[in-house]
Design a protein around this ligand. Sequence first.
Ligand code: UTP
Length: 468
Amino acid sequence: MLKVKNKKWQQVIDLCFENGQGHVFRFWDEMNDDQRSELIDQLSRIDWPQMNQLIKQALNPVKQIKHKLEPAPVISLTERETLDRQVIPLGEEALRSGQVGVCLVAGGQGSRLGFDGPKGCFPITPVKKKTLFQLHAEKIKAMSLKYSVNLPWYFMTSRSNHEPTLAFFEEHDYFDLGKENVFFFVQEMIPAVDEHGKFLLAEKHRIFKSPNGHGGILKALYQSGALKDMKQRGLKYIFYFQVDNVLVKMCDPAFIGYHIQKKAQMSSKVVRKVKPEERVGIICQIDGKTGVVEYSDLDDEHRYARDENGQLKLWAGSIAIHVLDVQFIEDENKNGFKLPFHLAHKAIPYVNEEGKLVKPLEKNGFKFETFIFDALLDAKKGCTIEVDRSQEFSAVKNKEGFDSPQTAQQDLMRNYGNWLKQCGVEIPMKDGLPAFPIEISPLLAIDAEELKIKLKTIPVINGPLYLE
Ligand code: UTP
């Protein structure tokens, strides 16, 4: 057992040994005082009862309970053709009167994309190569101009990307949104463990921690003071989205309107799954309550089940866009943060007993994550609407292939092309796509309707086109 003079440090060290993690002091003799202090600081913030519970869960996975899964009530695209016009004024009124804020989760590690920097700094638009962050910021700006209101933006990062994200926004002067309207906060990190339940070392004096999942936003909003800020500003509804969806319809008034009309606490957007194997979470009734089943947790019986018309029974794929009541976020924190943790079996780099950094190719440990959609099960009332995938969902997840920068750019161009066509512009096409890169700034128009009003002259397209 390691003995030190500093009593506070000793308490932390003792606790660590008592909980079976004393090996993290293996390189203590090689550390300087700053490094020792850093390790002690990391360890002092561990919630041991919770950590031990999670490790137990990782090492002794219980057989999944079989839940009764049924289709959830969804307001379909067909129903929306007549219902939207009733709810849009509700959403617009909430926007105009300053009751809406925006939440972005951007704390993920973006490991599949493999980009050197925060994923939001990835250049994505077809002509100007605007970053994901700029594209989102301009959509928020466009909506705030449209409704003559500030749309405060609550922005979650994680320890691994906070500094570069902040620097990026500083450098770009907060994309004209006003520094006071962008509220950055950092999500919690949680240690990962190896397959024997032992902490891994990221460096000799640092244990490996990973962000606690996008569900961590509920706790982080509360702890960072963002929730208090929301209340002070008189916000009632929060539009939640993820950094990688280039087609997100920012603060969609129809969606907010349905949420208000249905008196929901948390609402969701879904698309029709393209095939049973598509890797999206499914919104369905879980033992009678609306919730999400992760694609990896869906058994084949449910995955392939068809209704009497031959359609997939559980078809509603979640696209991780939600509206949440501010009050609901507060309620979720009342008796401590309660979203369950999920296990992710991953290849995690670590410092071995000889002090060398190892980057395993095989999975060697577990990370622990919470998911925002688990909050749906706590909502007294929810509302789910179907949206058109081609207009609202295209995610940048992978370096290449499906859900990659290439598919995202193509989806953006298809949309811009369609808007222009609706304005009477002739679009030369090649292989089902506009033949030249085209891009429309959100500050000019956020949809075809707006473009019809704003477009002064009909452009001739014989090369790349950017409209602003
Ligand atoms: P993903 O599940 O796609 O993860 O996150 P990721 O980290 O971006 O990418 P991979 O899996 O490492 O390739 C979906 C959204 O949730 C956010 C991400 O930033 C993204 O907007 N997220 C994810 C967080 O904010 N925190 C997390 O701990 C995890």
